[in-house]
Design a protein around this ligand. Structure first.
Ligand code: PMP
Length: 362
């Protein structure tokens, strides 16, 4: 085939020169760069997923339940129990990772002629999915310590009047959760839809924003994922909690049968083992606190984290490579002088801390 370059293609003008999302997938001994749960699924979960997939494999000639009702019922039960806020399947919507949920939100509530605000640094896919849906991206600042200044944020949404406002809590890549009272004033002031991205909620002691749906069901959604605390990143299952009308809106843009029979069955099986999987959350939170303390003891400045990762510095150039040279893959999230490390198993964290000690001494 003739060599065809990206520049040779009749690509949309606004996509030219952009770079795709690209956390490196490298085969190194200690991989602490994509905020996954380091604990593999327990054998009972693997057996249950296998049996569930075998069962539905007999029906693979048929399309799956387009509305994934049984899965949404299971997710509603999990959210009701874990947050104490009662929801039903009508409040739940699921997709292939919360990235797909975010894309559906922007397809329905963003798009050409519309704008989305996000408080940076935050999750890099928010602007990328905005670009993909031709939603204008309006970056807004955080404080120097990366926390969200609610008063400033209210001023920004009042001035910019975005159709969609992203708030990530706990925030990736910086780690802090946003107090519920701050979220309340921000959602109250926002003219459009507020997306509270709670991908790391299970790791945080802060309450979920779901209870705010009582007052703000017409203008907010809470996004969650099974990729982090649930140790199901490979299964690809994200979901949102919102007013039923929001779920109706997303059904206008979702592709029919987007969640395969295999995904629905595997996710339901994984949810049956939520107790065992989520037992890792407390271990990871304790390890996070140990890592933060150890880094501070070595002379680094770790940022307070309510999640399963820690942003820390200061570094000169070349630090990311220094870790890689020592067999440890961390994340350069593009914040000058900082790197982000995902909390791993105690052994992985020890390897990371040993490398950190060498690097600060070098
Ligand atoms: N939101 C945030 C804040 C994230 O960090 C991530 C994953 N890195 C996601 C959403 C997307 O996760 P997934 O598509 O795996 O559900």
């Amino acid at each position: 085939m003739k060599d065809v370059k990206l520049e040779d293609l009749p690509l949309r003008e606004d996509l030219r020169g952009r770079t795709p999302y690209g956390a490196p997938q490298l085969d190194v001994p200690v991989r602490l760069n994509t905020n996954e749960n380091p604990y593999p699924p327990p054998p009972e979960l693997v057996a249950d997923v296998t049996a569930a997939v075998e069962e539905v494999a007999r029906q693979l000639h048929r399309y799956p339940d387009r509305d994934a009702v049984a899965l949404r019922e299971d997710l509603a039960a999990y959210i009701s129990t874990s947050t104490g806020y009662p929801v039903t399947s009508a409040n739940l919507w699921a997709a292939n990772g919360s990235n797909e949920i975010l894309q559906q939100i922007l397809q329905a509530f963003g798009g050409p002629g519309r704008a989305a605000v996000g408080f940076e640094p935050s999750y890099s896919m928010h602007p990328i999915i905005s670009a993909g849906t031709k939603t204008e991206w309006v970056p807004a600042p955080r404080r120097a310590d990366f926390s969200l200044d609610a008063v400033q944020a209210v001023g920004i949404v009042r001035a910019k009047r975005p159709d969609v406002t992203f708030v990530t809590s706990p925030n990736n890549p910086t780690g802090q959760a946003i107090p519920l009272a701050d979220l309340r004033v921000l959602i109250d002031a926002a003219p459009g839809i507020v997306v509270v991205d709670e991908a790391y909620a299970e790791f945080s002691a802060q309450p979920s924003a779901v209870s705010l749906l009582d007052d703000f069901g017409h203008k907010m959604v809470v996004c969650r994922t099974m990729s982090k605390a649930f140790a199901f990143a490979g299964g690809r299952l994200g979901y949102l909690i919102a007013a039923p009308a929001v779920v109706d809106a997303l059904q206008l843009v979702r592709l029919p049968y987007h969640l395969s029979l295999l995904t629905q069955a595997a996710a339901r099986a994984a949810l049956r083992h939520a107790g065992a999987t989520l037992a890792s959350v407390a271990k990871l939170a304790a390890e996070r606190d140990r890592v933060v303390e150890s880094l501070a003891g070595m002379g680094y400045s770790p940022v307070h984290s309510d999640a399963n990762f820690v942003l820390f510095g200061p570094f000169g150039p070349g630090a990311w490579q220094s870790y890689l040279d020592r067999g440890v893959l961390v994340r350069d999230v593009g914040i000058a002088g900082h790197l982000r490390v995902t909390i791993g198993t105690p052994d992985e964290n020890d390897a990371f801390l040993a490398a950190s000690k060498e690097i600060i001494a070098s």
